[in-house]
Design a protein around this ligand. Structure first.
Ligand code: SDX
Length: 427
């Protein structure tokens, strides 16, 4: 017997089916609501509204659980690599040796970008935001690689081309912004090692690959790889629902991630911690501003739409941060301020009452600083990490038989009908 929910409107009872997910989450299917009742629902920010059924990522915000295709994030962070995690998200299963080798070869074979694209990078103003450049250049990939989705091979090629070239473009835009010689990817380096080498190798100071830094980058990107229907993934799917190509859809996701409340928070956390340091290191003023309802200031790296407990990714990021700082014997004053801020906030009634805990962005910036990534590229690092999730979610939606073009409704609150008044008759 399938479950249903009854709604009584104007004395009449309506019944709608209840969908139960594999982890017991329940949803009322209201796809017939307006047709049957004339009513729509209203849910600003969609905090109570599901847009789809998905088998990719599971988040339990109350228990602080995150799993990709059922595998706990803690296990992936400890045992997997970013490339293998990308395969799991996109293909839905752990790759065997042959499949993993194949994906690695394809990522290498598609790691260069068309030489004509370099001119685009050279003509962006040096002060351009790397997120604006990345969004524009991912969109431009469509012009250089028009073959798209006519066969399973094309689909796989397009996904891996995007995953590999976005990383190359990010490093290239950094080098060109500095006026430095572009470094090409190397066939003997892994995905993450290649990125670090393309960012920091120089003819006068060869970059030495450090396996601990490569491992930290793998962990960083694994933690960012997907997160169900977050703002930028929703943007990718809304744009994709119009049957536009994947490059344009992902470009929209990069634009959405740019925002300070979303992927831009990792940069904002470092700015916030640096300001605290500049003002003498006391966290009290920031804490009181965050609690002041008349102040638009938010504690960056804290709070989450779904997690109402400690973000499991933040825990892993914090231990990665501690491991790196002790290995390289770095005394970063920002991490001491971050820990102090966390300690004070987690004891404060406001944060406890509002279920505000550190999220993925709170410690991620410290890890990126150890890797040598410039602050204005922090959100680009988030974007590269999120590529497999965007790709997997985009693919799942276009393959979904129930999928339709996204077109939310509204409750109109504007003026009722009135007439046009010729200019000479207006007051
Ligand atoms: C990411 O969705 C995802 O999965 C995103 C992400 C992913 O992997 O894709 O996890 C990545 O975007 C993480 C979040 C990064 N953003 C930040 O760290 C920015 C700071 N955080 C806040 O802006 C906020 O917590 C949000 C945007 C993350 C979530 O906001 P919500 O769910 O819309 O909550 P809200 O703004 O409605 O706030 C509810 C209450 C309010 O107080 P009241 O008006 O009810 O009294 O909590 C307060 C808010 O003032 N609040 C905060 C706060 N976050 C919420 N107060 C101070 N500081 C904060 N950080």
């Amino acid at each position: 017997m399938s479950e249903s929910a009854k709604i009584i409107i104007d004395g009449k009872t309506y019944e709608f089916p209840v969908i139960t997910g594999s982890e017991g989450e329940k949803g009322i299917d209201i796809s017939e609501l307006r047709k049957q009742t004339g009513y729509i629902t209203l849910d600003p920010g969609y905090g109570n509204t599901g847009c789809c059924k998905s088998s990719i990522t599971f988040v339990d915000g109350e228990k602080g659980i995150l799993r990709y295709r059922g595998i706990p994030i803690e296990q992936l962070a400890e045992h997997s690599t970013f490339v293998e995690t990308a395969y799991i998200l996109i293909h839905g299963s752990l790759p065997n040796e042959k499949e993993l080798t194949n994906i690695r070869v394809m990522l290498n074979d598609n790691s260069l970008i068309h030489e004509d694209m370099q001119i685009f990078f050279q003509n962006f103003p040096r002060s351009s935001s790397p997120m604006g450049i990345l969004s524009a250049m991912v969109n431009t990939l469509r012009s250089f690689y028009p073959e798209l989705m006519d066969s399973e091979e094309d689909i796989e090629l397009t996904f891996l081309r995007l995953l590999s070239k976005a990383r190359t473009m990010a490093a290239m835009s950094y080098k060109i912004s500095k006026g430095h010689k572009v470094v090409y990817p190397r066939p003997d380096y892994t995905y993450c090692a290649n990125f670090l080498n393309m960012m920091f190798d120089s003819p006068v100071k060869p970059y030495i690959i450090d396996e601990d830094l490569v491992e930290a980058l793998n962990t960083f990107w694994i933690l960012h790889a997907d997160h169900e229907q977050n703002c930028s993934t929703a943007a990718v799917k809304v744009v994709g629902s119009g049957k536009v190509n994947i490059y344009a859809s992902i470009s929209a996701g990069i634009a959405a991630l740019w925002g300070q409340l979303h992927g831009g928070a990792n940069q904002a956390v470092i700015m916030m911690l640096s300001d605290i340091l500049k003002n003498g290191g006391s966290v009290d003023q920031v804490i009181s501003r965050a609690k002041d309802r008349n102040d638009a200031f938010r504690l960056m790296g804290f709070g989450h739409r779904v997690y109402k407990t400690y973000d499991p990714r933040a825990k892993i990021m914090k231990s990665t941060c501690d491991r790196l700082l002790s290995k390289f014997n770095i005394d970063d004053p920002l991490v001491d301020i971050a820990k102090k801020l966390e300690e004070v906030a987690l004891k404060d009634a406001y944060f406890i009452d509002h279920n505000l805990y550190p999220n993925i962005d709170f410690y991620s910036g410290i890890v990126l600083r150890v890797l040598g990534i410039p602050t204005n590229m922090f959100t680009v690092m988030f974007a590269i990490g999120r590529l497999p999730g965007w790709i997997a979610q985009w693919k799942e939606s276009i393959d979904d038989p129930d999928w339709k073009i996204s077109r939310p409704r509204q409750i109109y609150t504007g003026p009722n009908e009135n007439n046009y008044i010729p200019i000479l008759k207006r007051k």
